[in-house]
Design a protein. Structure first.
Length: 144
């Protein structure tokens, strides 16, 4: 099973405590043949889109969703998500991580790959939110 991940990184290439849509760039990785491999880096050109009018705008959220779906992404990895997580989890498995170093995060994702495979196999939308720190916690996203 191929799984494509988008990691939310700053310009220095590390995770920063920002909402996924406010990141500087996305590092795209693909899991196949039992290995997570770097594919490409994409600038987040939507970072300040529509933010003057509304923080966490749906227009911005939809633009990022469309952009990442075209790249085949199915899992988003960030230090935090904003209110658009209710839109995001209809299309992607959201993962909150504690680490800042992408290499450490890659190792943790690789270790817990069966959780992501299971989520993608058993759901087609309304994916659970994963918190990865010392272990992994899977939880429902509350709807308003």
């Amino acid at each position: 099973m191929k799984i494509t991940f988008a990691l939310a990184l700053n310009n220095d290439g590390v995770f920063e405590k920002r909402h996924f849509g406010d990141t500087d760039k996305f590092a795209i990785y693909r899991f196949e043949n039992h290995e997570l491999t770097f594919i490409e880096e994409a600038l987040n050109t939507f970072k300040s889109m529509d933010e003057v009018h509304e923080h966490g705008s749906k227009k911005k959220g939809n633009a990022i969703i469309s952009f990442l779906k075209k790249k085949g992404v199915s899992v988003l990895v960030s230090k935090q998500f904003g209110r658009n997580i209710k839109m995001i989890n209809k299309h992607f498995v959201p993962v909150i991580i504690a680490e800042e170093n992408p290499n450490q995060v890659i190792a943790v994702l690789q270790k817990h790959m069966n959780w992501f495979k299971d989520e993608l196999k058993n759901r087609k939308e309304n994916y659970m939110l994963f918190h990865v720190k010392n272990g992994i916690l899977k939880m429902h996203i509350k709807k308003d």
